[in-house]
Design a protein around this ligand. Structure first.
Ligand code: SF4
Length: 434
């Protein structure tokens, strides 16, 4: 029997925070701990998708980086390791790959960070896969076997989403996870300057609904998943999607997704969202101080946005309202004011992050040009919870302190309890609708 070549799919995932005080706060808050656990339990859909298009002539294994990773590698003895990281974990991945030198293992890296960070960052990898990984993966496997790997693989045109393979869920084994992921679209029609979703991996694309239905079926078959997260950039970027609602409703799965607040002004979407199994939607309110370029009709008065969010919640779907702190013009007072708005609101969930200029975005380019990126803050600070640039109206320390005070106030036990009760009431509405 011919021995199969082996590929290990290695994910560096989970939330990272450098600010020690904030990290401590995260441990103390039940709500933040739960959020971190949920995010950490999300498998890397990108790697599982590549596994789904890997031929049977390869033996595949999926693993999330941990203290045990070297042991896993020694046991599995891969010929090839495919790394996937977020910007904040790039340095961990780069440190780890150095430990593999001399073991005769080919190491490649892909994902958004590999597509946007300077190439020199990845000098210890054999290859860098940029753009849609699906476009290059078969070639990478062939070139690995023939020992003719190129340093960079980059797709010349956007991947045809309708040829997407079914992610290889069976690689996850029996361990139960809080959530699994399914992607129904990629890209966005907006171009918010802080976000890379709309430009960095290609244009807005939707997966055909039969394929989504098949993916949901396979996901349930292998994982018994009860809850999925749609790993979309903006699920309803072009309005309602009746066939998607049909597929989700038929799957009887509960799901979480990301969309614009304006879905709260769209009766067609509101009439189907909860019935199709949606339990929670994440919407970007963004900054209470200024708007970003490229937001288009996402720009709205706060009262209008809160009214739209209220409509979504009244339809039986909880909303995670996302706020960005630290934009130009932000002051200690404006951050305190945001705290007042949140604690006095009827929001069922909130996410507050610091403005983070991810590489490849227009925000990054602007701050770089202005010389405002902090030189002593490496990629491991690009966590969404650490300051990485010189604020316009505050010192770095002042922004860190004001953000910490805001987080402490918003994630106090009483505020978390209040939001929990609101979520219960919303889901009671949802159960009556069914
Ligand atoms: S609407 Fe959302 S997904 Fe689209 S570009 Fe803006 S932040 Fe990114």
């Amino acid at each position: 029997m011919i021995e199969k070549a082996r590929v290990l799919f290695l994910a560096f995932s989970g939330i990272r925070v450098q600010n020690k005080r904030l990290l401590e706060l995260g441990y103390q808050s039940v709500e933040l701990r739960h959020r971190a656990y949920t995010i950490a339990s999300l498998p890397s859909l990108g790697l599982l998708t590549l596994a789904g298009m890997t031929p049977e002539s390869w033996e595949s294994k999926y693993h999330e980086f941990s203290a045990d990773t070297m042991g896993v590698i020694q046991e599995f003895q891969p010929d090839l390791i495919a790394f996937s990281t977020l910007t904040a974990s790039v340095e961990s991945a780069c440190d780890f790959v150095k430990q593999l030198h001399g073991l005769n293992i080919t190491c490649v890296i892909g994902g958004l960070a590999a597509s946007t960070l300077p190439m020199a960052t990845f000098k210890d990898f054999d290859s860098i896969i940029q753009g849609d990984g699906e476009s290059s993966w078969s070639q990478v496997l062939d070139d690995c076997l023939s020992k003719s790997l190129k340093k960079v693989y980059k797709n010349t045109k956007p991947y045809n989403f309708n040829q997407s393979p079914i992610p290889k869920w069976e690689l996850l084994g029996q361990e139960k996870r809080a959530r699994y992921t399914v992607q129904t679209q990629r890209g966005c029609s907006k171009a918010c300057s802080f976000c890379g979703a709309s430009r960095l991996l290609g244009p807005l694309r939707f997966k055909k609904d039969e394929l989504i239905a098949k993916e949901l079926f396979e996901l349930k078959k292998y994982t018994k998943a009860q809850v999925v997260e749609l790993a979309d950039d903006n699920t309803f970027a072009l309005g309602t999607r009746d066939a998607l609602f049909d597929a989700l409703e038929a799957s009887k799965i509960r799901y979480f997704t990301e969309a614009e607040w304006s879905i709260g002004e769209n009766p067609e979407i509101l009439s189907r969202l909860s019935k199709s199994g949606c339990v929670q939607v994440l919407v970007g309110v963004e900054s209470s101080v200024q708007t970003y370029s490229g937001m288009g009709n996402k720009v709205g008065h706060l009262d209008r946005i809160f009214k739209a969010i209220d409509n979504i919640q009244k339809s039986g779907v909880s909303v995670i309202a996302c706020f960005i702190v630290g934009v130009d013009g932000e002051t200690k007072e404006s951050i305190e004011n945001l705290g007042d708005i949140i604690v006095n609101s009827g929001l069922s969930d909130v996410q507050i992050t610091l403005q983070t200029p991810f590489p490849g975005t227009r925000l990054y380019k602007n701050l770089y040009k202005q010389g405002r990126l902090l030189k002593n803050r490496s990629w491991s600070y690009y966590t969404l919870f650490d300051v990485t640039f010189e604020p316009s109206n505050m010192s770095v320390k002042e922004l860190e302190n004001s953000y910490y005070d805001l987080m402490k106030r918003v994630y106090s036990n009483s505020q978390s309890e209040k939001r929990k009760l609101i979520r219960k009431q919303i889901w009671k509405i949802a159960s009556k609708l069914k």
